[in-house]
Design a protein around this ligand. Sequence first.
Ligand code: CA
Length: 535
Amino acid sequence: MRRQLFLASFVIWAACKHGPNGDESPASDAGVVDIGPSAQGWWRDRVFYEVFVRSFADSDGDGVGDFRGLTAQLDALNDGDPNTATDLGVDGIWLMPIHPTPSYHGYDVTDYRGINPDYGTPEDFDTFLVAAHARGIKVIIDFVVNHSSKEHPWFVSAAANGPYRDYYVWRNDNPGWTQPWGSGPVWHAAAGSFYYAIFWSGMPDLNLGNQAVENEMVEAMRFWLARGVDGFRVDAARHFFESADGQLSDQPENHPFVKRLRARLQAEYPEVLLVAEAWTTVGTVAQYYGEGDEYHLAFGFDSAAALKSAAKDGLRASYNQVLQEAERAYADRGFEAPFLANHDMPRTLRALEGDAGAMRVAAAALFSLPGTPFIYYGEELGMQGGASSADEDKRTPYRWNAQSPNYGFSSGTPWRSAPEAAGVDLQTQRQTEGSLWRLFQALIRVRKQNQALSLGGAQRLPVEGGGRGVATLLREHKGQRVLFVVNFHSEASGPFSVAIAGQPTVLLGEGVTSVRGGDGLQIDLGPRGFAFLAY
Ligand code: CA
């Protein structure tokens, strides 16, 4: 009680002062409460790892990663024994599309119930799933509801005026609409009429207003749940429906569709997880929470940008601002799935122009946030991928060790490769104290061992002094408090104080010059320093 009074009076005091640098988002005005009503889901205290099967581990030397390779390397992600130190410790995997497809990436599906033969057989997938579950790893798969491949038998039929015509969206004329993010056309000619395909002509949008198509999607998702999959990353969630006048994103019909989808899946599989890819601002992403009856999680695209911006520029403003926006937009902070980068973005260290210190502080800040964090494979090694803007260069093969051909990815010729700096391989980093991989391992452990970080609410505390790089986030759950304190800047913070009473224990920190509790926290952080402090 005394603590709460202290905080309340400090907030009032701080709010009356002008920030010295004009970059302030006011400290959070709500108290710390648990993340929200969805705190019960099995995913809430997990850390997910996004895997591109094609680039993870190749078992048969054809240069393409596969399920046998992935299964053989699962111990590196989590060996199921919390007492070993040789695994990263993630306990969720998101697989990018695993279905048959004409493309290398798989986002254009030709069979929603099949396994891409490049990746192995359905039995290989089942073996992988059993092995993952045996290690306590849950598995979600990418599921592309919005569109299929142009080569899907449904579209082949539709384009020939066959029985599947109404599975897709057709017009007799081309209204000339263009993609919301660019100038590419979205109507494409086929056999005398036009079909709608928002991404490209090879990916015709499915007509999700057709009950038969909705049923197909539900049944295909049930097929994978029956097989043991734990949930889905739902691709292109903003684009399921479009208006008659050419509004192509975030249409009202998206929401009842998802509510029905979730209800129909949950009726049989109450534990299913649905993660939205809605690549937009916090306020719009929040709409996909519905009344707690749409997606369980949604990726934080704004927070990904903000974390990298804060780390790159050394300024707290973007971190504080995105947290403030989330406080306003989300009734349930457990809705968020924070990350640094995914397969559609330049890799994090490349975005940070190779600055290792910025990478470390960005990783630490990622694990400070509420929600369920996702790591993109290889990010924990500081992989930068290729230099070009081609998507393939964001998705290059994982590097297992420096001794084997192709860094242990394949005994044959890898489907793609890119140079990386020395030491960017798992074996080296596992053996090297202070490596980036070891930092990710430590961050995951701190998160797993302190439920305040996974299930707790989030509150920014006032800071006095320390310059424009310092920020805080207090996480609290069932009386346990963990304070994240960070100096994003590349220069030392100098001494500063934070409005929290008590004697802290440093759970994990880097560049902590001094730390002292009492009526308030007195702390001094070096360049890109950070600390997770238990109270
Ligand atoms: Ca292979």
